[in-house]
Design a protein around this ligand. Structure first.
Ligand code: URA
Length: 431
């Protein structure tokens, strides 16, 4: 078998066999198939798609490209959550401590920024010292002892996805249903998750722009999960506008901490409570969503969720004093408040526009080797449906470069649209 023939077959819209998919993923993982062929392969899949059977094979091949964790004996039921990616989505940073504080241990492997969408690992690294490279042994030990882990994909778990993810970010091959489904589910299967809550985003700042596509992705992932013997549920949530106010690495961590303290933007807090309730139910810690919600709310009110976050940061080598005093986070050199150019109702805050502007400020990568700037980003003060007066604060730009600030201001201003007549707020969840 030759890699080039497999690429050509997919380029020509033919269905690949399990053997061909397995061959390609093995070769890519062990370095025999170079990045340029894997990029071409990803682009052929991006353009021509895959059948559900091919996607399942791709997922299983990636999941088994390294070790597959067995967490039995470490936790009663291994739960996990994963978002399909969006703008301002710092959900895991708040939800994991909430769930763990409710007595449900949770260990998660997260990703870095992908295209215009931010990544939990890049965000967490704005806490000095925080390690995202735990080995599998460290992962298991910390999960058993602390009941919470939030780390990156170690090279021995689904390494094929780790390599492919980095390539997709910089080769225009992110918004592909089979590539997203296999990327997410291979990580979940490899990390030993027995029960999984998927937060599938839909809208202008999601990789799936329509409810129909998001539903297809959700159903595909749920089917793959079930086929692999994992209990899986998917929520379809809105990503037309950024989630919460903060977009950018340190700014998002600060907002996640505020939320754990009982503050934070109302939409983000509500989103987290809903996701946490589902995780508590699937993890058999709560009988139903209402009970799960009460438990999650209590974890914030009694400070136990914030305390779990401290435990997490300390366990992974981070400087806990940043959790207690968020003014210690690195700040951008320039902070500019931008006011509303007119009065009216906000009818759009284009999430992708904001996400792309944030990457352009330096919060994401243009090339695989780029470093991210933790301090830059935005605080978006108004949501769709809000009534604003001309001159009222609309958003803040945090930048380390004057020229980039000017470009970001223009981009985020044009991401906002106004109407004279009433505009209803967007729902948080669709299904
Ligand atoms: N999250 C992932 O882990 N992979 C994707 O492809 C998209 C979001």
């Amino acid at each position: 078998m030759r890699a080039v023939d497999i690429i050509i077959k997919k380029r020509d819209k033919q269905e690949l066999t399990p053997e061909e998919i397995g061959f390609f993923i093995r070769g890519f993982t062990n370095g025999e198939i170079p990045d340029y062929q894997a990029s071409a392969f990803a682009m052929a899949i991006m353009l021509n798609g895959m059948t559900p059977v091919e996607t399942t094979e791709l997922t299983l091949a990636m999941a088994h490209s390294g070790q597959v964790l067995d967490l039995t004996g470490i936790v009663d039921i291994a739960v996990d959550k994963h978002s399909s990616g969006g703008v301002g989505d710092k959900t895991s940073i708040s939800v994991l401590p909430m769930v763990a504080a409710c007595g449900l241990p949770v260990g998660k492997m997260s990703g870095r920024g992908l295209g215009f969408s931010g990544g939990t690992l890049d965000k967490l690294e704005s806490i000095p010292g925080y390690r995202v490279d735990l080995s599998t042994e460290e992962f298991k030990k910390q999960l058993k002892e602390k009941g919470i882990v939030l780390t990156g994909q170690s090279m021995d778990l689904a390494p094929a996805d780790g390599k492919m993810y980095a390539l997709r970010d910089v080769t225009g091959t992110v918004p592909s249903l089979p590539l997203i489904a296999s990327s997410i589910m291979s990580k979940k299967i490899a990390a030993g998750a027995q029960a999984i809550v998927l937060d599938v985003k839909m809208g202008l700042g999601a990789f799936m722009e329509t409810l129909e596509d998001a539903r297809e992705l959700a159903n595909l992932m749920v089917d793959i999960g079930r086929l692999a013997g994992r209990k899986t549920v998917a929520l379809l949530s809105d990503m037309n506008q950024p989630l919460g106010a903060a977009v950018g690495n340190a700014l998002e961590v600060i907002e996640a901490i505020d939320t754990l303290r009982g503050g934070g933007p109302a939409d983000f807090r509500e989103h987290c409570l809903h996701v946490a309730s589902h995780v508590l139910v699937i993890g058999q810690r709560a009988k139903n969503l209402a009970e799960g919600r009460t438990m999650a709310e209590k974890s914030i009110a009694d400070g136990s969720a914030l305390e779990k976050f401290r435990v997490l940061v300390a366990a992974q080598g981070g400087d806990v004093s940043y959790v207690d005093d968020v003014s210690k986070f690195e700040r951008a050199k320039f902070v500019e408040v931008v006011n509303a150019p007119r009065s009216g109702f906000i009818s759009q805050v284009h999430a992708r526009g904001v996400g792309e502007a944030s990457v352009a400020l330096g919060a994401g990568r243009a090339k695989k080797s780029d470093a991210v700037d933790h301090a830059v980003g935005f605080l978006i003060h108004k949501k769709v449906g809000d009534k604003v007066r001309e001159g009222e604060q609309l958003f803040e730009v945090h930048a380390n470069d004057r020229a980039k600030l000017d470009e970001a201001r223009t981009a985020v201003l044009s991401a906002h649209e106004f109407r004279d007549e009433f505009v209803p707020p967007l729902p948080l969840f669709y299904e």
